[in-house]
Design a protein around this ligand. Structure first.
Ligand code: NDP
Length: 334
């Protein structure tokens, strides 16, 4: 029986390529959780996912009722096999918006979609997953939330949750930012990614021992060509992949990034919980892992997986605990 894996934001970029990799192994049945079901169906066809290897289901992370509906609709598939794998991948990045956009529940869009929607989703699915053997949850992180890296620390603005003054006020309109300060789109994205990574650490600390679920986060490398950068100016979208490829060496192609995310879900090497996975070296070379199980390292000097160190901001336990409590309240869990 194939394992059941849910991937959010599987209609584009990293999520779509990961879905393709896992579906083509023949060992997974993929639930593509997409805000636009028609788009999901279309891109799955274009990518050549085998017909009986996937289904596209509606999930609008900017609407908490949609998250609840998704979990309840998933029951039809869980009847056949337990849910063993969950990948929280979807995200929005709104660096150019002068004013915040709001989710249906009144959260600032990037925090609401990237963090709070996923936060609720994981909570609602955890009980089921704890009954499955070998369950894994991965929430995609980012270097941009990591203040100890060039991409995260030196590139303005820095992620900073402050004392979570905005979350304390309920995190809802007109409060846009976690720290309660005026809206700043690029920072809101980074803050949400810090929350994603903190959530993984807290899930690991609170639930790994009792449930056996392996919780992890990962940074796929800079996938400079995805739609995530859709709001950036044309010159930036042209120059950015080049810059990441030849200047910083942090570039990774979409297919390889998808394989990296799939690796975190599938590779026996990745059964340690609480890890933030990254890949070393230039990403132009192929990785040592491949979905058909055969190592394909020959000739590659980079692309090897390692346990990365999280930033001090992510490891700040009192803030993580507070973020956890206030996020639970925000999504109606306590
Ligand atoms: P894309 O924009 O290509 O993909 C984002 C996905 O999220 C899309 O499928 C999109 O749907 C979906 N999505 C957006 N909003 C919602 C919503 N409200 N409800 C449900 N789904 C939604 O970006 P990437 O593939 O680059 O990003 C994937 C992940 O990788 C993100 O978590 C991002 O933070 C992370 N990441 C990306 C990096 C990069 O360099 N690109 C670097 C580090 C991390 P739709 O197809 O309808 O737009």
């Amino acid at each position: 029986l194939r394992k059941l894996v849910v991937i959010t934001g599987a209609s584009s970029g990293l999520g779509l390529n990961c879905a393709t990799t896992l579906a083509k192994t023949g060992r997974y049945f993929v639930v593509m959780a997409c805000r636009d079901v028609e788009k999901g169906k279309q891109v799955a066809k274009e990518k050549g996912l085998p017909d009986n290897s996937y289904v596209v289901m509606k999930l609008e992370l900017g609407n908490l009722q949609s998250v609840r509906d998704f979990v309840s609709n998933l029951k039809a598939f869980k009847a056949a096999r337990p849910l063993t794998h969950l990948i929280c991948n979807a995200a929005v990045y709104k660096p150019k918006d002068p004013e915040p956009a709001w989710t249906d529940d009144g959260f600032e869009m990037s925090m609401g979609v990237n963090h709070l929607g996923h936060f609720l989703l994981v909570h609602l699915l955890m009980d089921d997953m704890s009954r499955a053997k070998g369950a894994r949850v991965c929430i995609v992180g980012s270097i941009t939330g990591n203040t100890n890296t060039v991409g995260g620390g030196l590139v303005y603005p820095q992620a900073d949750l402050g004392k979570l003054q905005g979350f304390e006020k309920g995190a809802k309109k007109p409060v846009a930012m976690a720290d309660g300060k005026p809206f700043f789109g690029a920072k809101a994205y980074k803050d949400s990614k810090v929350c994603n990574m903190m959530t993984v650490s807290e899930l690991n600390r609170l639930y790994h021992k009792d449930t056996g679920i392996v919780f992890s986060s990962m940074y796929p490398g800079c996938i400079a060509e995805t739609a995530l950068f859709r709001e950036k100016r044309p010159w930036f979208r042209k120059a950015f992949p080049w810059f990441m490829k030849y200047v910083t060496g942090g570039y990774v192609g979409m297919e390889e990034a998808g394989e990296r995310l799939a690796q975190v879900i599938d590779d026996p090497q990745c059964t340690k919980s609480g890890v933030y996975w990254s890949w070393n070296g230039g990403a132009q070379t192929v990785g040592r892992w491949s979905p058909d199980g055969k190592p394909r390292g020959a000739g590659g000097s980079g692309g090897e997986i390692f346990e990365n160190q999280q930033s001090d901001a992510v490891r700040d336990l009192p803030t993580a605990k507070k973020m956890w409590k206030l996020s639970r309240e925000a999504v109606g869990l306590s």
